[in-house]
Ligand binder design. Sequence first.
Ligand SMILES: Cc1cc2nc3c(=O)[nH]c(=O)nc-3n(C[C@H](O)[C@H](O)[C@H](O)COP(=O)(O)OP(=O)(O)OC[C@H]3O[C@@H](n4cnc5c(N)ncnc54)[C@H](O)[C@@H]3O)c2cc1C
Length: 389
Amino acid sequence: MVDQPVSVQNPHTPSDAPVLVSGASFAGLATAYWLNRLGYRVTVVEVASGLRKGGTPVDIEGETVGILERMGMFDAVRAKALPPRTFEFKDAQDHTLGSFGLESGPDAPPRTRFEIHRDDLLEILFAGIDGSVELLFGRSIKQLNDGPEGVTVTLDDGTLRTYALVFGCDGNRSNTRKLVFGAEKNFTYFMGGYVYLKVVPVTGILPSNVSQVFSVPRRTAMLNGYDDRTDIGLAFRTEGEIEYDYLDRAQQRAMIHDHFDGLSWKVPAALTHVDTDDDFYFDRINQIRMPFWSKGRVALVGDAGYCVSPVAGMGGSMAIIGAGRLAEALERHGADYTAAFQDYHDKLQAFVDEVQIRAANEGMATIFPADDAEISERDRKLRDGELDL
Ligand SMILES: Cc1cc2nc3c(=O)[nH]c(=O)nc-3n(C[C@H](O)[C@H](O)[C@H](O)COP(=O)(O)OP(=O)(O)OC[C@H]3O[C@@H](n4cnc5c(N)ncnc54)[C@H](O)[C@@H]3O)c2cc1C
């Protein structure tokens, strides 16, 4: 269900100019949607053979609500929104140390914060562009040459095409960023740990519509309960980055066991799901911090340019906000892409910085406390009602 979008009219948009988007997740689908509305001829390349499903729900609030409304998609999001959720912090005996959550019921204030399954949001965004843009799955950019006439792009199947603009929406380990801006290590801010996330079709580990968090120094287990599934999150801190093979799932499972075997609370129940299959998300907890998100005719959107990390709890929102702000800038400046990219950066940078700094400091200390002192401070904030994730 996608309602009719408000029309966009910009006499300065270079009509029908071909543009390329790399990545078909939140940033890529939202960017493709806006570029199509602005009158560009859009191609999307996605390295996976279809939309990359899986993962934990996405929070939608504030500016993201307004952008989804302007995209004509908010009703569809609200229809799929999950019930309000309570957060509980637990000790080893499963006593609740503190909790907070949204009020529900007839007297509750109107809802301004929504949560939606990652896959549902992907489907809604996809429905907004399907049939209007060219989608090439199983394809990736191999080479980019930015010249006066446009960006000449070679895809990994050998296809060669020239685009007026290219948008890197290909995530935390962005291929476009690597090709245009250089090595990933120059932009990666490691936050000091690793996270494992898995969705299991099992209920009863905890009640529905509740999230529970259990921490000991340097290790946190987090469970989200739903009517039909449970999210399992296991995160551990390390002194520095550790060497591991991204493709070796057995090695990643072993790392989880090394850090979590022997812990109490519901950790043993969570660990029974770790070895069942390779369908899980495991990555370092990091941010992408760049001085500027564009170079010539190439701009980055979402995690590719400013990953805020899972700790921020708003990676999906940030990607949608980024695409919306980019569209506003392109609409404002028409064919002057240099001015548009500068504007996009200038108007979004302060917000990105604020979210990243909060996640790296309070976010890490609250969700992944490093020591007993951070756990005590978290418990004090819980008692004093100072926590709101
Ligand atoms: C399968 C999956 C599960 C996730 N689960 C969680 C989660 O549980 N919790 C959480 O906080 N965050 C999760 N994330 C990250 C979260 O989606 C992002 O932080 C956020 O949504 C920002 O979106 P994005 O579009 O910028 O990046 P992403 O959602 O990471 O999307 C990047 C897209 O680019 C594609 N891509 C990568 N390389 C190339 C290439 N060379 N060429 C073309 N396309 C390419 C990817 O396949 C992907 O579709 C997950 C990401 C993925 C892909």
